[in-house]
Design a protein around this ligand. Structure first.
Ligand code: GTP
Ligand code: MG
Length: 270
């Protein structure tokens, strides 16, 4: 581990991924990966299956080169709400960067490590994995979803007047100093959180950079309700086009929470 490198927390949002979480944890067996990571924080969003138990059991046995923390949300906060819990935790603990790696093993963290190795994270606020740009590799992802994503990327690109290559993949990095005031608290708690985050980042003049990633679909259970989500996203985009700053300040949560609390169920190392 280099002396003066930034402190990085990898946040793994996990919901109903008992079959994949072990493989996600195994991604940290690679020395190249662990050289960059101080802490792995698995945030279990109250999965009804054995996700949390498997994570504790497997991580506890295999992770020895970095701190390993398993957290369980006090309520079902959704993917966006889990981000809020993780941002709060990482900021409170003084980390420099938050990395998001989805718990269902669709992304490969080495794609991000390669970016860190060449210093791509320096001078940006958001370094976002993109499944739909030159150099991206999709394995088993349906043509229909690929097509839909391209259409939405275009629509958002026009609205934001930027070249958007993905609205929310499962591998991203955020520089925490840009998120200290928690301006995203009222953003949606569900899977559309990332869409609004991206629009807000551009709106606030943040530096956003995309990098190509590989993305696989094997045994994952998609929890996305495709059509209802597609309409919801269109509504968000329309709201942004009309209201801009006013829209970004509105309450976008179906059920607002006062805080995104949770309990640490397991901690080792660090
Ligand atoms: N759907 C869903 N996912 C959650 C939640 N909390 C955490 N997650 C995690 O967030 C990640 C994204 O969920 P997915 O349903 O796979 O959605 P996605 O990866 O954006 O979309 P597809 O895989 O393409 O269907 C997964 O790693 C989940 O384990 C939640 O409340 N709902
Ligand atoms: Mg997924």
């Amino acid at each position: 581990m280099s002396e003066n490198r930034a402190r990085i927390l990898v946040f793994v949002p996990a919901y109903r991924c008992q079959s994949q979480i072990q493989r996600v944890i195994d991604q940290f067996a690679d020395r190249r990966v662990v050289a960059w990571v101080d802490t792995i924080l698995v945030v279990d969003n109250r999965s009804p299956d054995q996700t949390l138990e498997v994570a504790i059991e497997h991580g506890g046995k295999t992770l020895s080169d970095c701190e390993f923390v398993c957290w369980r949300n006090d309520d079902n906060y959704g993917l966006g709400g889990s981000h809020k819990a993780a941002f709060r935790y990482a900021i409170d603990q003084g980390f420099d960067y938050l990395v998001v790696l989805h718990g269902d093993d669709q992304a490969d963290i080495l794609d991000l490590i390669q970016q860190l190795e060449v210093g791509a994270h320096k001078g940006v606020d958001c370094l976002l994995g993109a499944r739909f740009m030159h150099g991206s590799r999709l394995k088993g992802y349906s043509w229909f979803r690929t097509f839909g994503n391209h259409v939405y990327n275009k629509l958002f690109s026009i609205a934001a007047m930027r070249n958007i290559h993905d609205l929310g993949s499962g591998l991203n990095l955020y520089r925490l100093t840009s998120f200290r005031d928690f301006y995203f608290e009222k953003f949606p708690d569900d899977l559309t959180f990332n869409y609004v985050m991206l629009l807000a980042s551009y709106h606030r003049g943040q530096t956003v950079k995309f990098f190509p990633i590989s993305w696989r679909e094997e045994d994952q259970i998609s929890n996305v309700k495709l059509f209802s989500q597609a309409f919801k996203v269109l509504r968000l985009l329309l709201g942004y086009c009309i209201g801009r700053a006013r829209f970004l300040a509105t309450e976008m949560r179906g059920k607002p929470f006062d805080n995104y609390s949770g309990q640490i169920q397991y901690r080792q190392g660090g």
